[in-house]
Design a protein around this ligand. Structure first.
Ligand SMILES: Nc1ncnc2c1ncn2[C@@H]1O[C@H](COP(=O)(O)OP(=O)(O)OP(=O)(O)O)[C@@H](O)[C@H]1O
Ligand SMILES: [Mg+2]
Length: 337
């Protein structure tokens, strides 16, 4: 179990706490703590700044809140498995493309805390590469690649234990769960991952999922009645909050019609390795590096340049415009120039 000896929740700068535990912000927001203007101060400063009348009116109990905060962070740390499953790196060893030609690199190492995107034409082999990593391929997939974890051939547990993996890919899993409500489905997950306070966790997952999707669903909704986007959102929230895997594989988050930037933010937590296959320039450039796939093989690995980061800002502006139009159309409005 993780302990919080490394931070002082009462006296450390709020910014420091949030950069260490990005998920902590949700807790504060959910508890009505608005730290927007207090990031450079401590929680203690924040509480002291509150008007006593406000404290009384809103029944704020700083001591209780600090206790709860500490419990929340410890629980999240153990859900995320940060103490027991440390993956420092993934290494991809070359296989061959669809024509049988050996891939032109000696090894590709991805360190923790890195986002790597995977780009390439439709059918070129992006999902296949994610599949190789998910399966921890050992020269036994169509590509002939091998995957090392921390520089070594991985333990078999990577293959057979579902709680060791983390793939935000819902479609295959969905077929297994007929006649279940969202709540029952999540309860099953929470139980298999040995969560103690499952009720709270389930509530949070549904909240976060609804935060990503369009129309909201409730815990009693049958899982089969969810739309494509809603089920993807649910799986992403489930993955982010319940899974212990240190590696996150994302296959085309953009087509689900969900808020992809929010989704990525939710998925990203400290010490994770994120690989995402994408056709979306915004997501492609959000990686520090991108793998270019062609004809089933890794063609090259490109580091995102400073210039590209600047261009990304421009694309994001354009993207916002498109999103606004999309929202208007969805809500039955007419577009005007
Ligand atoms: N190196 C390879 N050798 C043989 N077959 C391969 C290789 N790489 C990929 N394939 C096969 O090619 C097909 C298409 O690959 P994949 O589904 O990964 O494409 P994709 O890039 O994800 O496409 P999309 O953008 O449409 O999702 C799959 O059947 C996959 O198994
Ligand atoms: Mg694909």
């Amino acid at each position: 179990m993780a302990t919080l000896t490394d931070v002082n929740l009462r006296h450390d700068k709020i910014d420091t706490i949030l950069s260490k535990y990005p998920f902590a912000e949700t807790f504060l927001t959910n508890n009505g703590v608005d730290v927007t203007n207090f990031r450079e101060n401590s929680l203690d400063d924040y509480f002291k700044s509150l008007d006593p009348e406000h404290i009384e009116d809103h029944a704020i109990d700083p001591e209780h809140l600090l206790d709860q905060f500490s419990v929340f962070i410890s629980q999240m740390l153990s859900f995320l498995g940060e103490d027991d499953k440390v993956v420092e790196s993934i290494t991809i060893l070359p296989g061959h493309d669809k024509s049988g030609k050996t891939e032109n690199f000696s090894e590709f190492i991805i360190q923790k805390n890195e986002i790597v995107s995977i780009v390439g034409p439709t059918g070129s082999g992006k999902s296949r590469l994610l599949g190789d990593i998910e399966w921890a391929a050992q020269n036994d997939t169509p590509t002939g690649r091998s995957i090392l974890i921390n520089g070594k051939t991985p333990d078999k547990k990577w293959r057979y234990s579902s709680s060791e993996k983390l793939v935000a890919q819902l479609s295959q899993n969905m077929n297994f769960v007929m006649d279940m409500s969202v709540f029952e489905f999540l309860e099953l997950h929470a139980e298999s991952r040995m969560v103690t306070d499952s009720e709270t966790v389930i509530k949070r997952i549904i909240e976060e999922a609804n935060n990503l999707a369009g129309e909201k669903f409730d815990p009693n909704t049958p899982i089969t009645a969810l739309s494509g986007g809603q089920s993807r959102a649910l799986m992403i929230a489930d993955t982010a909050i319940l899974s212990k895997s240190p590696i996150i594989l994302i296959d085309e988050i953009e087509n689900a019609g969900i808020d992809r930037k929010k989704a990525l933010k939710l998925l990203l937590s400290e010490d994770k390795i994120v690989l995402m296959a994408t056709h979306d320039p915004v997501l492609a450039l959000m990686g520090n590096r991108r793998i270019v796939i062609k004809n089933g093989g890794i063609l090259k690995i490109i580091e995102t340049t400073e210039e590209e980061k600047e261009i990304l800002t421009e694309i994001e502006e354009l993207d916002k415009k498109v999103m606004t139009m999309r929202e208007k159309l969805r809500n039955g409005e007419k577009l005007t120039s």
